[in-house]
Design a protein around this ligand. Sequence first.
Ligand code: ZN
Length: 250
Amino acid sequence: MPDHPLQVTVWGENLHEQRHEKVRTVYPEGMHNAIADALRDGLGSRAEVRTATLDQPQHGLTDEVLDNTDVMTWWGHIGHQMVADEIVSKVQQRVLEGMGLIVLHSAHLSKIFQRLMGTRCTLRWREADDKEVIWTVAPTHPIAQGVPQPMIIPRHEMYGEFFDIPVPDEVVFISNFSGGEVFRSGCCFHRGKGRVFYFSPGHETYPIYFQPEIRKTLCNAVAWAHQPELFSVDTSQCPMTPTGWFEQSA
Ligand code: ZN
């Protein structure tokens, strides 16, 4: 057990919930609160969970919040371009310094994910009530522990290949859809000192973040992304280094 609970910030753009009755019906408290509740329920006293939304000053991601966040989750869709580049840069720096980041569903096109990946992060999609079956392809991975193999989402938006991401460091889940497509739905990346996990379930018109196995996966992902013991080398600059430096006594 860590000395202090890990600090989690659940970021949600919170636009569909305000604009679309159908989404409000599924998530009356907002998607970010459903995700935050899932983490509070699953992680208990191991975590302190706060939420932040696009409409808040600095999108709720002040320096104080960022400095005190061990793991952030990010859900966005129609508001990607409304996120200030300055905030994206600060989140990116925190990831490089060791903050974990869980990127959810349509956040594949978020500025922060594209920035961290360096690719377009585009994919194939369709809203047609496909059944999604999520297969674990890394059964020993911490994110896959205690989740059913496979997990089934009765109705979901189809996300299919090709998904334009760099080759992931680890693929934990692959999904197939009733239309026949497949998708790398759970992918791990290391960026600087930080861990990044992309998890595709979570279209706003389906109650996916209330499914117990999805909530369990989110908790596992947050726990995996948190690194209490971080590599101590300063990576913020390139030190000019004289020959023999590591043999000289301090
Ligand atoms: Zn969607």
